[in-house]
Design a protein around this ligand. Structure first.
Ligand code: G6P
Length: 516
């Protein structure tokens, strides 16, 4: 490998949802850019590295775009993109049966186990013909691009949709490629994984152990992963502090806490459209104190107990009546999954009963806005007095980071101890147990009545933590680690290809065999 090729590695990101979606428009296609941090981080990465993004074609129009380009890689807004096409029924099993809800619910520990889930023949069908098949197709698409590459190749599969990619990809491309998945959501300890039948569970774990290292949001997740492998893979898996040794291979369990695009968010919060959104919100809030939450409609976000805590606050501290508003911005999500539809109904019902009980002539205690409007969310985050982030489990929770960055009212963060963000921001937030409705009401009261100097000092500390760790660093740290490993592997294999090295390797393996 030439020094030039080593300095210009090929980085492949694989994720279910890609950076762009496409809409047919006349004879061509309109491109819609996803707002996620991953897209932005990649934009920065793409300035320095050769990056290819492989993602699912998620709609008919995405498929049409891919077919229009004969399934070849295309450059879109500076990013090289390849969409993988799946059969609709395979995708349905992979996405709506196995990834969400089964894996998501296990990893967020959301199951009500006396009743759900039941692993039925349909689940097995969704596993075999959906999850495995889609992952295999991803691996094939990646292998087709990287297998003849003369450069170092780093493949970064994202999240729980793609746990099987390391297995299929390794079989196609061998050890020359660095495979480094990142798990965005929590990794619970061994007990949570008992819900998966051993054949599914061990297959997933063994696949992840075919990677070179696996990235997690927090030390706790990495620790839990090591314990899960040790517990279920028995005699073959040895756990160490930050690694699992499996069949003689060392697989790192490394922490890379994700963050936000600080510069971009600051720029968006200064825009006129944000100001406009702020003044719209202001007409309903007036001079009242604002308790804000911004979440996808998602059982793990614990909106319902947040609402109950707000009711408890109004009951116990009537001095807040008429002077506070709970503003909940809810982004609809995964409405094909029954649990999510039901959850939205329950949130609305709870908000309705609070409003029915407490509304005055001009005061509405809870205001819910359902929709996906990022600029409105930024505007709302600028004006909160209290930001409520109380998930039952959350990989990181970027709202906590976005909020403390853009807020300009020295707002107080009320944060669940089960959000990944707790490990970075916890010291300067008010920490709650997500199950403790009473404690959450008390924390809201403490936040609403906190002296100005303390609010200021906490807000400044949070702001400074977030500005110091940008999403670009999150990506760069992963790429650096993979490159370092690839370089060391390349130098080992070039040393071991000298005649002396071959001789000494032969001698040591012979002595190993005779000593056994
Ligand atoms: C959340 C999770 C991510 C996950 C994504 C998938 O944002 O934190 O880990 O990848 O949901 O959402 P989607 O809408 O693509 O199913």
């Amino acid at each position: 490998m030439s020094p030039e090729s080593q300095s210009n590695p090929l980085i492949v990101i694989a994720s279910n949802r890609g950076p762009f979606s496409f809409k047919k428009h006349g004879r061509g296609f309109q491109v819609e850019r996803g707002a996620g941090g991953l897209v932005t981080a990649l934009g920065a990465l793409a300035e320095r590295h050769d990056v290819l993004w492989v993602a699912s074609a998620m709609s008919d129009d995405d498929r049409a775009w891919s077919q229009h380009n004969q399934g070849q890689v295309q450059k879109v807004e500076g990013i090289r993109l390849k969409l993988v096409e799946h059969q609709p029924e395979e995708y349905e099993g992979y996405y709506n049966e196995i990834s969400n809800p089964l894996l998501w619910f296990i990893q967020h520990q959301l199951w009500d186990t006396p009743r759900t889930p039941s692993i039925t023949a349909d689940t097995w069908q969704a596993w075999d013909a959906g999850y495995l098949r889609v992952n295999q197709r991803f691996a094939e698409a990646i292998a087709a691009v990287v297998k003849d590459s003369q450069r170092q190749v780093i493949v970064l599969p994202q999240d729980y949709h793609l746990y099987m990619v390391p297995h299929y990809l390794r079989a196609l491309v061998g050890e020359q490629v660095q495979i480094q998945p990142f798990v965005h959501i929590p990794w619970p300890g061994p007990d949570a994984w008992r819900i998966l039948p051993p054949a599914m569970r061990d297959t997933l774990l063994e696949s992840l152990l075919e990677a070179n290292r696996v990235g997690f949001q927090t030390e706790k997740d990495a620790f839990n992963f090591v314990q899960t492998c040790r517990f279920y893979l028995g005699a073959h898996a040895f756990g160490r502090r930050n690694a699992v040794e499996y069949h003689g291979r060392d697989v790192g369990a490394v922490t890379y806490p994700i963050s936000i695009d600080v510069e971009k968010l600051q720029q968006l919060s200064g825009m006129q459209v944000t100001q406009l959104e702020r003044s719209h919100l202001h007409t309903s809030v007036g001079d009242r104190q604002v308790i804000l939450r911004v979440d996808r409609v998602e059982p793990s976000k614990n909106n319902l107990r947040g609402m109950q805590a707000y009711r408890a606050l109004l009951e116990k501290y009537p001095e807040h009546l008429g002077k506070v508003q709970l503003l909940a911005l809810l982004v609809p999500s995964r409405m094909e999954v029954g649990e999510y539809r039901d959850y939205l109904g329950e949130i609305m019902a709870e908000a309705g009963t609070i409003n029915a009980q407490y509304s005055g002539t001009v005061w509405e205690p809870v205001r819910i806005i359902v929709g996906d409007n990022y600029m409105r969310a930024i505007a709302a985050m600028q004006m909160y007095d209290v930001l409520l982030v109380n998930p039952l489990a959350d990989g990181m929770n970027l709202v906590a980071k976005e909020g403390v960055l853009v807020n300009n009212k020295d707002g107080v963060l009320v944060l669940s101890e089960y959000a990944g963000a707790f490990f970075e921001l916890g010291e300067h937030a008010l920490i709650v147990s997500p199950f403790d409705v009473y404690g959450t009401a008390e924390a809201m009261h403490q936040a609403l009545t906190m002296p100005a100097a303390e609010r200021k000092q906490r807000a400044a500390a949070l702001h400074s933590i977030v500005t110091q760790a940008d999403v670009r660093e999150w990506f760069a740290a992963q790429v650096d680690d993979a490159l370092r490993a690839a370089n060391s592997q390349a130098s080992k294999s070039s040393t071991s290809s000298t005649p002396e090295a071959r001789q000494s390797a032969a001698a040591s393996s012979a002595s190993g065999a005779s000593g056994a």
